[in-house]
Design a protein around this ligand. Structure first.
Ligand SMILES: NC(=O)c1ccc[n+]([C@@H]2O[C@H](COP(=O)([O-])OP(=O)(O)OC[C@H]3O[C@@H](n4cnc5c(N)ncnc54)[C@H](OP(=O)(O)O)[C@@H]3O)[C@@H](O)[C@H]2O)c1
Length: 229
């Protein structure tokens, strides 16, 4: 059995594409997601273990992470991929939408890391990849809260990189440009994704980051060449 890698938000887009990519690279991926039906369907389809895990629910993070460690430990890696999009003028956002973005993208990533990291530190080995965004590398209008949620994780990732590397655990950030997933549609936003990288292309980048255990890549970014046209 290959190294066990836990992936959040693995029921669509990049997270789902990571399942076959990780299997192909010899890992044992654990599929997690907020929607129980989607988790059951995807895990049965792919033949991987699946757990319902809403990263906006702190209690669920504690309980499900402990269950995953009990069922599959030792855990070699965590990919904090779950995320939601919010776009529009700041004053148009309702409170629940703001809270959901921060709870999922920011607090969810931090609490998942808090739940899984001791397991890796106790082994003196492990990798955490935080899926961030180019939205955390620059600023632009209409994405204030999404951007804030990801800039926070850029800071968290950088601090954890230097704190955890001496303990044998790599903490790295992946900063993709546009991915042709359902993320914008789920948020009710129309977006031309002709120029975007595919979830499969993004998954190759993340697996490459995981595989080279001799390297800590502080910030890996990339976008489809079509995005430059
Ligand atoms: N798409 C882009 O252009 C782009 C660019 C840069 C960075 N990213 C980042 O890439 C990551 C993956 O996004 P994607 O493009 O693959 O979008 P996606 O297809 O919408 O996938 C997001 C996944 O996160 C899950 N999710 C949402 N809220 C969750 C929660 N509270 N708990 C657990 N899972 C939750 C979704 O579950 P459901 O299936 O139930 O919706 C879905 O499986 C995100 O962090 C996103 O911010 C995306």
């Amino acid at each position: 059995m290959g190294d066990v890698i836990v992936v959040t938000g693995a029921t669509s887009g990049l997270g789902l594409a990571l399942m076959p990519a990780l299997l192909g690279a010899g890992y044992t991926p654990i599929l997690t997601g907020r929607n129980a039906e989607k988790v059951a369907a995807a895990s049965a389809d792919l033949g991987v273990a699946g757990y319902q895990l809403d990263v906006a629910d702190a209690g669920a993070i504690e309980a499900v992470s402990a269950q995953i460690v009990a069922d599959h430990g030792p855990i070699a890696g965590l990919i904090n991929n779950a995320g939601i999009w919010l776009e529009g003028e700041f004053e148009s956002y309702d409170l629940a939408a703001i809270q959901a973005v921060i709870d999922t993208n920011t607090t969810g990533t931090i609490l998942m890391t808090h739940a899984m990291l001791p397991e890796m530190i106790s082994q003196g080995r492990g990798t955490v990849v935080n899926v961030v965004s180019t939205g955390a590398l620059y600023t632009r209008k209409m994405i204030s809260v999404y951007s804030a949620s990801k800039w926070a994780i850029r800071g968290f990732t950088g601090c954890m990189e230097v704190e955890c590397a001496p303990k044998g655990v790599r903490v790295m950030g992946f900063y993709p440009g546009k991915i042709s997933s359902d993320m914008y549609e789920t948020a009710g936003v129309g977006r031309d994704l002709e120029m975007a990288m595919t979830p499969e292309q993004a998954a190759v980048m993340v697996v490459t980051m995981l595989r080279d255990e001799g390297m800590v890549w502080g910030q890996v970014s990339g976008r489809s060449i079509a995005d430059y046209l």
